[in-house]
Design a protein around this ligand. Sequence first.
Ligand code: Z5A
Length: 212
Amino acid sequence: MEKGRFITIEGIEGVGKSTHISFIANTLRGKGVPVLTTREPGGTPLAARIRELVVNKSEDPPSIQAELLLIFAARAEHVIKVIQPALARGEWVISDRFTDSTYVYQGQGRGVPKALISKLENFVQGALRPDWTVLFDLDPRIALERAALRGKRDRFEEEGIIFFRRLRASYLRRARSFPQRFRIVDANRPLESIQNDLKTILDTFLIEKSLN
Ligand code: Z5A
């Protein structure tokens, strides 16, 4: 059976990742593609428990080192138990965040050396890398306003605007470093206009797939 494809959805909080992931999945399903949606940290019961430790506010927050290892522990569970089996079954996996988030949040945000993230990436994922990544790009001021409207703030949303400006710049640098893999979507537009772009992007994925 032909192996599936792996799509990741990235961007700082509030850019619309959760909003658009079901549109992406439904559009692909409408074209006959079997799709599994998932998210990070998460995707398995153990990874979901780790997610709480990473994301929720706490009186005893993890150190930078522990945060990094918790994220990769959750990712190992997710890759081995969910992502690789689905790809082997021929499904397309769409994950709300993956290792680009680690390069951006732990690397740029927390100052973890890129080389260390790369070692853990190789250890946990082997050769697995996303085929394509959709980056939703938005001014952090607007993104945080949108996130705030939803209510509950997590540990990362406690960080100030400067932190999120650095993260946005880091995402855009990664997109420039991997132009084949990344598609950047301007998220500062009405939903319908963003969805029109997404339809075009998904068509390019289907064309690339048929060529490879
Ligand atoms: N993390 C990490 O540090 N390292 C890692 O390797 C990984 C994760 C994998 C998980 O967050 C946290 O884990 C994350 C980094 C860290 N940090 N935080 N915080 P998450 O992915 O669960 O949560 P998030 O990134 O914060 O997602 P979010 O806040 O749910 O944002 P979103 O999914 O991008 O946005 P949304 O919920 O779809 O939209 C936000 C609101 O805007 C909502 O009310 C929408 O209706 C509205 N919206 C969306 N689009 C529009 C448009 N176009 N116009 C107007 N309003 C809109």
